[in-house]
Write a protein that binds this ligand. Structure first.
Ligand code: ARG
Length: 418
């Protein structure tokens, strides 16, 4: 009976709604809209996920839009440690390419939203997602996992306003309209990467224009000499670049700068959304692309063939799970336990060459590396037992030989003649 919930909230003048506030047009309009529609007090929450926005300005805008309070939380450490790092260790790339920056941030945003709602004794939380994307699913599934007693409201899914209507609505109420409304693109940005869609990118034949990129240089403008970086890992955690130890946040920032300056990290993907449609997304994730390449390579060096195959299966499942908003589930926890077991050996250094948009592995070493030069070499010092392979091949090929001997005769009539 959805109506009961609705009206009780509408009637209660003391109702309080906590909104995930980005400072963009949708959430700015949502503040007065929610206040009017539900007669509620609106509390804004904005999170610093490394998007580089001036969050003091965002706080002021929330208050200017009519919020009674505006919380600003710096969640960068937590995001890097508890979300990004886990996805990196799992080699989770959605549809083999997208490092999941937006998707990984949503469970954290929803978690903080619920925490603030509990502190504020709010009856509901709200977000600015439209009805077409994945983020609404991720936020709402997470919120329900953490506190199913708090109601979730999605104004932009309900109000049926066009962009022009929203701007008009904001002007009528003296809500400051953010400068970003001029951009034809929709973007999302945090320390793990940037996503851009809409505008000219909706035509999948159309090459992304240079001006959508902010983190990566065009290969045309990159240095004519390659940059070499050595990334060290300890138990799957990146710990140093070129021998200089750094905390995760600094490491991501430094690596992002070097990779971006060499044009590395651009991804142009037709992806399968959870809501059933295909969409064209352009990503920029310079640090993520380098770290994923390095981690994958190191893990392959230290795992046997069967474990490596199993890890790849898990990687894909992990990426789908994150993409589909199922972070706070026993499935994810179980996969993390598996991944962490594998990480016990993922210690070593990977050397990469970054050049005009290209990221190549050129060297690897690990105390747990399973590559044994005395077994692999074709030169002197070869320790491989060549004679033993004759017997191995005999047994290995036995079923092939047996089935081939018993093969049914090919029927002539099936041959298509001209
Ligand atoms: N498609 C990506 C995801 O679902 C990114 C979504 C955000 N993109 C954007 N342009 N606002 O995770």
């Amino acid at each position: 009976m959805p109506g009961i919930h609705d009206s009780s909230l509408k009637d209660s003048r003391a109702g309080r709604i906590v909104i995930a506030y980005s400072g963009g047009l949708d959430t700015s309009v949502a503040v007065p809209w929610l206040a009017e529609r539900y007669g509620a007090e609106i509390v804004a929450v904005t999170m610093d996920l490394g998007q580089g926005a001036e969050l003091e300005e965002v706080r002021d805008r929330a208050l200017a839009s009519g919020a009674i309070r505006a919380h600003v939380l710096d969640v960068r450490e937590e995001f890097a440690r508890d979300f990004v790092l886990r996805a990196l260790k799992a080699d989770a790339l959605y549809e083999d390419q997208y490092p999941l920056a937006t998707a990984l941030a949503r469970p954290l945003i929803a978690q903080k939203l619920i925490e603030i709602a509990e502190i504020e004794q709010a009856t509901a939380v709200a977000h600015g997602c439209s009805g077409k994307g994945n983020d609404q699913v991720r936020l709402e599934v997470t919120a329900r996992a953490l506190n199913s007693g708090i109601r979730i409201i999605a104004p932009a899914r309900e109000w049926g306003m066009t962009r022009a209507d929203e701007i008009e609505y904001a002007r009528q109420r003296n809500v400051p309209v953010p400068a970003t409304v001029e951009s034809p693109y929709s973007t999302d940005f945090n320390l793990w990467g940037r996503a851009v869609d809409c505008g000219a990118l909706e035509d999948p034949w159309h090459e992304p224009p240079e001006d959508i990129y902010t983190l990566t240089k065009s290969p045309r403008e990159c240095p004519d000499e390659p940059a070499y970086v050595e990334v060290s890992f300890e138990r799957g955690v990146p710990t140093a670049i070129n021998g200089v130890a750094m905390p995760m946040l600094d490491l991501i920032a430094s690596l992002g700068t070097i990779a971006g300056a060499n044009g590395v990290g651009r991804i142009d993907l037709i992806e399968n959304r959870l809501v059933g449609i295909k969409s064209r997304e352009v990503y920029e994730a310079p640090a993520a692309v380098v770290l994923h390449a390095a981690h994958e390579e190191l893990q392959r060096l230290v795992t046997t063939a069967d474990l490596d195959r199993l890890c790849r299966d898990i990687s894909q499942k992990y990426a789908d799970l994150v993409y589909n908003g199922l972070w706070f589930t026993p499935t994810r926890e179980a996969m993390d336990a598996f991944v962490d077991k594998v990480q016990e050996r993922v210690t070593g250094v990977i050397r990469l060459k970054l050049f005009k948009g290209d990221c190549r592995i050129v060297g690897r070493k690990s105390p747990f590396g399973l590559y044994d030069q005395s077994l692999a070499t074709h030169d002197a010092g070869d320790m491989f037992d060549h004679a033993a392979t004759a017997g191995f091949i005999k047994i290995w090929g036995l079923p092939v030989e047996s089935t081939a001997k018993k093969a049914p005769k090919k029927r002539k009539s099936l041959v298509v003649s001209r």
